[in-house]
Design a protein around this ligand. Structure first.
Ligand code: 2DE
Ligand code: MG
Ligand code: MG
Ligand code: MG
Ligand code: MG
Length: 328
């Protein structure tokens, strides 16, 4: 259960993904591998490349003539993810990532952005090597959609009237799209039907939505030890996540005043995060956010119905439970 079965099923492929990652972060410019490896070697779960390998395997992908198509696409997905994290910590002014200081704290915002750009370039070169124009289309579209999600989020910042739909559009873009693309390229390189491509995409999309809902609940309800990043980052940035959208509607005038001062005007005092958490708890919106995540998780699982039962499908179902129950 958990992620273990899935990790075991793709272990051989992941070894090759990891060595590909290592070789493709190489550069004569010393700071590039230094910054990249700070993040890459920091014990991430590699969830997205695991999903790529697993969805390829689920669809019976056979590696013809050692081309390593699944491995290179998985490594591309992890590079895209790493690039987004390097950029994300700059955009969010975050100080911690995976239990370490963020790259931007150690090397600066400039280096963080630029090494992210390097990794993005390397990701696209690997996709080209794989030679599937469809996979290249899916992953390059994902890059634009991720950026759109982040810009939508920027536009909604501090706006307490943000709707649930607007919030969902943000997390579909900034997080779920990469999960969807990571899964969809599996059946694509296995040359399976449109229906199977759509099913894998739907699994990834709904899993990604669930994943970000949990992330947003944990930004208030988690601890920095379990998350490996500081709690309260979203609050300090005036980010309007689902726990806030739901709580603001239910808040009385005094509570609304609190949200306007902190989230809209950014006047934040030492004990405000604790107060925010107590208001969210009073209105039950962290539990409700987790319940929504569970709902999207169920939709993700149902999307796998068209695939044959077996160890890979079972492990993908378990991965949903892992993401919904995850502590980090
Ligand atoms: C996670 O949100 C979302 C990450 C997407 C970041 C994408 C950026 C555009 P969170 P945490 C910045 C860059 C796009 C590229 C390179 C294609 O809640 O809590 O901020 O882990 O995540 O900080
Ligand atoms: Mg962030
Ligand atoms: Mg962010
Ligand atoms: Mg977050
Ligand atoms: Mg943040």
């Amino acid at each position: 259960a958990g992620l273990n079965d899935l990790v075991a099923l793709v272990a051989d492929g992941m070894k090759r993904v990891n060595s590909t990652i290592l070789s493709r972060t190489g550069s004569d410019v010393a700071m590039i591998p230094e910054v990249a490896n700070h993040l890459i070697a920091s014990g991430g779960k590699r969830l997205r490349p695991i999903l790529t390998l697993a969805c390829a395997q689920l669809c019976g992908y056979v590696d013809e003539a050692g081309k390593d198509g699944d491995v290179k696409l998985a490594a591309s997905v992890e590079f895209m993810h790493t690039a987004t994290l390097l950029h994300d910590d700059v955009v969010d002014e975050s100080d911690m990532r995976r239990g370490r200081v963020a790259a931007r704290i150690k090397w600066g915002n400039e280096a963080s952005v630029l090494v992210g750009d390097f990794l993005l370039g390397q990701a696209f070169r690997m996709m080209v090597e794989v030679g599937s124009l469809k996979a290249l289309d899916i992953l390059s579209a994902a890059a634009t959609v991720i950026a759109e999600g982040e810009v939508m989020q920027l536009a909604a910042a501090k706006n307490l009237e943000t709707s649930e739909d607007a919030y969902l559009a943000v997390i579909r873009g900034k997080t779920a799209e990469l999960f969807a693309a990571a899964c969809e390229v599996g059946p694509v390189i296995a040359q399976r039907s449109e229906a199977e491509q759509a099913a894998a995409r739907s699994y990834g999309m709904n899993l990604g939505i669930a994943f970000q809902l949990i992330d947003d609940a944990l930004d208030y309800g988690g601890t920095s030890t379990e998350l490996g990043k500081n709690v309260g980052d979203d609050f300090r940035e005036g980010k309007i996540t689902l726990p806030i959208v739901l709580a603001y509607r239910r808040s009385d005038e005094e509570e609304r005043g609190f949200w306007r001062r902190t989230l809209t005007r950014g006047e934040i005092r030492d004990d405000d995060l604790a107060t925010a958490l107590s208001i969210l708890r009073r209105h039950g919106t962290l539990e409700e956010t987790v319940a929504r995540a569970r709902h999207y998780g169920e939709t993700a699982k149902a999307a796998l119905d068209i695939f044959p039962a077996g160890p890979v499908r079972s492990a993908l179902l378990d991965a949903v439970e892992f993401c919904v129950a995850r502590a980090h």
